[in-house]
Design a protein around this ligand. Sequence first.
Ligand code: ADP
Ligand code: ZN
Ligand code: ZN
Length: 806
Amino acid sequence: MNYKIAEIIVDVAAYPVDRPFDYVIPEHMQSLIESGSRVKVPFGPRDVLGFVVALKNETDIPIDKLKPISKLLDIEPVLTSEMLELAKWVKHETICYEIDVLQAMLPSALRAKYEKIVSLLVNVEQLSFLLQPYFNQTKKVNLKVFEKDNLLNEIKIAIKQKQLIIENVVKQKGNIKEVRKVKINESKSELLKVLEEISDRAKKQKLLVQWMTNHVGEIFDPKEIINEVNCSDAVLQAVIELGAAQYIHEEVYRDAFTKDVKKTGFLDLTEEQAIALSQIINAMDQKASETFLLHGITGSGKTEIYLQAIEHCLKDGKEAIVLVPEISLTPQMTERFRSRFGELVAVMHSGLSVGEKYDEWRKIHEGKVKVVVGARSAVFAPFQNVGIFIIDEEHESTYKQEDTPRYHARDVAIWRSKYHQCPVILGSATPSLESFARAKKKVYTLLTLKNRAVSHSLLPEVQIIDMREELKNGNRSMFSEILVEAIQTRLMRKEQMVLFLNRRGYSSFVMCRDCGTVVQCENCDISLTYHRANEKLKCHYCGFEQRVPTICPECQSDHIRYFGTGTQKVEEEIAKLFPEARVLRMDVDTTRTKGSHEQILEMFGEGKADILLGTQMIAKGLDFPNITLVGVLSADTSLHLPDFRAAEKTFQLLTQVSGRAGRHTLPGEVIIQSYTPEHYAIELSKVQLYEPFYEREMMMRHQAGYPPYYYLALIQVSHEDVLMASEYAGKAVDYLRSNLSFNVSIIGPTASSISRIQNRYRYQCLIKYKVEPNLIDTFIQLIKIYRSDWIKKGIQLSVDLNPSSI
Ligand code: ADP
Ligand code: ZN
Ligand code: ZN
């Protein structure tokens, strides 16, 4: 049945209402259009991109009042009906525009880009003489040209006089890459006819066509033929003109993989692994949308469980979606998936070019692959028959998107698992407190792996070194004596080591080097943030501020200063202390170019270096048998972030990085240097047990009223003018205070920790609540006020439910 009207979500940012608009479907499109297709539609004075979300024949508005769709961009819809439904849910859960979700579901190559085109409405002679030369040959010129030539004023005047008009043109970015191939004629008799036509003098041509008669209907690269027959390009051209073959264009996928991978087989599972896998398989067979929390220590073989669960899923004829925190950081992980499932795997991560991402997405969309391994946005992979969702390192904050739509990949995966009636596995050695609490409440099913998978491999021994003592004994370097000795031993034994520099929260807090005190807020249990601009320390939560102290408030030492060391400095110091050591450095500076991660890791894997020195990037995913020492140079930095998750993040990081040592037969050792070794996050990382940490941290969260006991929402307001930003943040808070119940605590407004970004001043307000039925509606109302009024004044307002950091 052909429909006459389409409901369309249009790409108009900052329109006060977010709802579909009705458009008439022109007759020639009626048989082609489907829900999930992109279109161009008139909206106000311009054509904008839109998504068809429903088709119908009835509407309240008289049909002759509706505008028609201008252009259909996709004959095959780019979004499935599942995605359209999911978009509505995400919009509601994260309070954003539906269009933002629809766009986020697609690779950026498919996202429309607008170009501003200046069109001529009159005869070119009527234009001012400055503009005339631009329109002599054409009626349309890109506005950028006039920007560059500084003629915007002239353009403005001409527009006022109705000589010119600016149009927004949707620019199509997704280009399919094609190669030219030669297809040999399918009929042997025609080839023989061609052969007869060729004069005897054209020996090469005759030879070529003779060769072709043995390859009837086959497709070749032109170069292949030229090599094979040893003829020239012109000869090939000539026989093609005679009809012996034809050129065809074949679609190719840009290969997102940088190198070939050897196939590997399945491992015999340990007993723990087998028990966990059987429960997952059971859920798959029962078509149960069950969420499992797979809590296994580092090296316990979680990945092997993922691989075998996927194998089962593929045998069922279903697809698998695997999320990893930031895939360009864990090439080893993708390799393991490829080595099992080969060409059935697509990868999606930020290291790929726009074109490569688009190719991977098309393989999924067209059903050419069955497994996708990717970062956060791969949760939207358009498979139609998903059998399992896997989220590795589920505690990572990268699973929460920082910009609109502010979705959490875990929530999206769980929503989709209900749609597809299949299980979700959340895997981690150090689960987020939220997930572990849910597992304890039996919302998730807990699966536990307590031992390492490789027999005889034990968790490494961990030592914690008190750096305050080192300083007292006159050691001012960043290496403790014990760590220096340990490194020397490894160099002698030709074993490898990892040195980890914790750079989170770099330089942003002030600490006493003698007693380890970090300057804290008087009212809150949180470290003050150092603001370089005015040399002040500020509380991110309550607005309290003070000067940077020159002596320690606890011990009166004057060794107090902001804290942090760069990897480059460490590298220099290693060169001084261990001149014979071969060092590979892995940080943002050494990994800018594409493939550099893989290269560094490959070199390390081949034993071309003794020490791998790096930041967060080396904390997870590495699995090298020869690493026997992990040194953590500064455990404390992440502890003093102005974030209620600081202790959790520190414990996770220390556990992850310790887990890199002794994963195979050689025993491992970990040395953690700290200025606050008595802090529970550091102390408990020595025993490497998650549960004692969990219990302790839950107690802290309970006392301070943080998640998982309370929910949080973060409102941010920004403006170029600091007074406007603070005034409207105040208005937002007033609105919330008068509309929310007394059970909700509203903290703020205060200046954000980074109080100015790109010349915009930022204020924020934190909302803590347990149950507040009114909450979402109040936020929606606030956003309506913002969209219809504040936005014109240059205010930007955002609402982030369950922010990943504050
Ligand atoms: P995790 O993901 O839990 O950190 P991995 O899956 O990386 O652990 O496994 C750690 C190491 O143990 C890897 O080298 C892996 O090949 C190996 N391994 C995993 N399962 C088994 C098994 N059943 N038998 C032997 N080796 C295993
Ligand atoms: Zn002190
Ligand atoms: Zn405070």
